[in-house]
Design a protein around this ligand. Structure first.
Ligand SMILES: *Cc1c(COP(=O)(O)O)cnc(C)c1O
Length: 459
C-alpha cells in the first residue's frame, strides 16, 4: 500500500513517511492508493481489538508486521474503561447510540489518538529520533493528544487552542498536565485561526529544517483509519436479523474527520445506507451539501465548542473522491476557495456527495431541549455534541437501523448540562482531580511569527 495526496495523485509515499508528515508538500491530505475490502463474515465474531487489527493492517502491513500491530492495539485499548471499548446502546426501536467516551480523556478522540501515540512511539524506538507534534484543538483533540504523548521524551508537543473558547474541563484537562514535553498555547482567536497557523507552520521551511513536524489533527491518516474501526464494531454488535438491510450513522461533525472515517468503512464494504452529517450553528457543511455553496462565515461560539469550525479540513478528502481523484480539478477548486472564501461546487460533485450524505443543522436551543428530552424520556444524559445527533435520531422515522454517535462525556460540558436539566452532571472519579491542580499555558496573539518564534525557542 502506498499513499497519494489530494493535491498530487501521482505521489507514491510510504506509510512511514505519511505518518510523520502532516500535509503533502503541495498542501494536500494523504489517502491510500486503493481501498482494501473487508469480508463481513470475518467481522462478526471478533472483539474490538481483533477488528482493529483487521481494519488497520492492510494500510500498514508493509511497514509494520501484524504481530507488532497487534501488540500496539492491545496496549492501546486495555486502558479504556469499558471492556467492550465502544458499547452500542439501544434506546428505542431501530435507534441506537454508539458510546465513544470511555477512553482516558472522555471524548471519541481517544480512540484514535491513544493508538497514534503508541504507534509513533514504536516507530521512534531505537531510532534516536526526536519529533515535534503540532496541533490545533477546538477542545477534545488537545487533551487526547496530550494524554497520549505526555512523558514521552522523544516527542515535544505543542497544542494551540482558542483562548477562552473551550470549556473549563477541556482546558484543565490540557493545562494541568505537568510533563515538560507538553506546551499549551492559548491563541487570541478562534479554532479556525489556530488551524490556519498550524497548516502554515507545516509548510514553513525554517521549522521543517530544525525538526520533524508531525500532525495529530484529523488530517493525519492514522486518525481517520483508527476511527473506521468502531463503525465495523457497531455492525459486529448487532444480530444478523437486525442488520440485514444495512445501517445508517448520525455523526456530530466539525472537521469532517469522524464522518469521513464512516465513509471509509463504506468504501471497505460496510453496508451503510445513509451518513447523516450534523452541524451546530456553524453550518457550512450543511449549506455546502444542501446548496453546493461552500462559504466561510464567522465562527460562532456554541454549547458544542468542539464543532465550532468553519473550515472542515477533511471535506477535501471527500471532494477529491467525488472528483474521481482528479487532483488538478481539486487544486483549482481549493485555491479559489482559499483566495475568495467561497466556492460553488459543480453539480456533478454535489450529486455524488448527496448519494451518501444527508446534512442538518441543530441550534443551541435545540441542543438544550434535546439534552432535557433524552434525560427525561430515555434516562440518558448526553453531552451537547452528542445531543446534536440525538435531535436527528429522535426525529428519524425511516426504517433504517440508525446509530447516533455519543462523542463525549456530559461532565466535560457542565455549563450546558446545568442549563438544560437544572443540575450538574455527575463527575467520573478520573475527572474530579483536575480542579485542584496547577495550570500551565502561554497566551499568545493570533500572529504567525509570534507563535513560530515561541516554538523555535523551545525545540
Ligand atoms: C472533535 C469532536 C467533534 C467533531 O468531529 P470531527 O471529526 O471534527 O468532525 C464532535 N464532537 C466532539 C465531542 C468532538 O470532540
Amino acid at each position: 500500500m502506498y499513499y497519494l495526496s489530494t493535491r498530487n495523485n501521482k505521489l507514491e509515499e510510504s506509510f512511514e513517511n505519511i505518518l510523520f508528515q502532516g500535509l503533502s508538500k503541495e498542501g494536500g491530505l494523504f489517502l491510500p492508493a486503493v481501498w482494501p475490502k473487508i469480508n463481513l463474515n470475518e467481522i462478526n465474531n471478533k472483539n474490538y481489538e481483533e477488528i482493529a487489527l483487521q481494519i488497520i493492517s492492510p494500510y500498514i502491513k508493509q511497514t509494520l508486521s501484524d504481530e507488532n500491530l497487534k501488540k500496539i492495539i492491545d496496549q492501546t485499548y486495555k486502558n479504556f474503561r469499558k471492556k467492550n471499548i465502544a458499547p452500542l446502546v439501544k434506546i428505542d426501536n431501530n435507534k441506537y447510540i454508539l458510546e465513544l467516551f470511555h477512553g482516558p480523556t472522555f471524548a471519541f478522540k481517544d480512540y484514535a489518538l491513544q493508538f497514534l501515540g503508541n504507534l509513533i512511539s514504536s516507530f521512534l524506538e531505537n531510532k534516536n529520533k526526536k519529533i515535534t507534534i503540532l496541533g490545533a484543538t477546538s477542545g477534545d483533540t488537545g487533551s487526547a493528544a496530550i494524554n497520549a504523548f505526555k512523558g514521552k521524551n522523544e516527542v515535544e508537543v505543542f497544542i494551540l487552542h482558542p483562548f477562552e473558547k473551550v470549556s473549563k474541563v477541556q482546558r484543565l484537562q490540557m493545562t494541568t498536565v505537568e510533563d515538560n514535553n507538553i506546551h499549551n498555547l492559548a491563541i487570541r482567536g478562534n479554532f479556525d485561526d489556530c488551524q490556519k497557523i498550524v497548516k502554515k507552520l507545516f509548510v514553513d521551511e525554517e521549522i521543517q529544517s530544525k525538526t520533524t513536524l508531525t500532525a495529530i489533527n484529523s488530517i493525519n491518516w492514522v486518525r481517520i483509519i483508527s476511527q473506521t474501526v468502531y463503525y465495523f464494531w457497531s455492525f459486529a454488535q448487532l444480530d444478523e436479523k437486525t442488520k440485514k438491510d444495512g445501517l445508517s450513522f448520525i455523526v456530530p461533525s466539525g472537521n469532517f474527520g469522524n464522518i469521513f472515517s464512516a465513509r471509509v468503512a463504506k468504501y471497505m464494504g460496510l453496508p451503510i445506507n445513509n451518513l447523516h452529517v450534523v452541524t451546530n450553528e456553524n453550518d457550512i457543511l450543511n449549506k455546502t451539501i444542501n446548496s453546493g455553496l461552500m462559504k466561510i462565515d464567522k465562527v460562532k461560539q456554541t454549547y458544542s465548542p468542539s464543532m465550532d469550525i468553519q473550515v472542515s479540513s477533511n471535506f477535501e478528502r471527500q471532494l477529491f473522491e467525488s472528483f474521481n481523484r482528479d487532483s488538478n480539478q481539486l487544486v483549482k477548486l481549493m485555491n479559489f476557495f482559499s483566495e475568495n472564501g467561497y466556492q460553488t461546487l459543480p453539480s456533478s460533485i454535489i450529486a455524488d456527495i448527496k448519494k451518501h450524505y444527508k446534512a442538518y443543522t441543530v441550534s443551541d436551543l435545540e441542543i438544550l431541549n434535546t439534552i432535557k428530552l433524552f434525560n427525561e424520556k430515555y434516562k440518558y444524559l448526553a453531552d451537547p455534541h452528542t445531543a446534536t445527533g440525538l435531535k436527528i435520531l429522535e426525529d428519524m422515522n425511516d426504517s433504517n437501523i440508525n446509530i447516533s454517535l455519543a462523542c463525549a462525556h456530559p461532565a466535560k460540558f457542565g455549563n450546558a448540562i446545568k442549563k438544560a436539566i437544572g443540575k450538574d452532571p455527575i463527575f467520573p472519579k478520573d475527572l474530579e482531580n483536575i480542579f485542584d491542580k496547577k495550570e500551565k499555558m502561554t497566551i499568545l496573539n493570533n500572529d504567525l511569527n509570534e507563535i513560530k518564534n515561541h516554538i523555535l525557542n523551545k525545540i
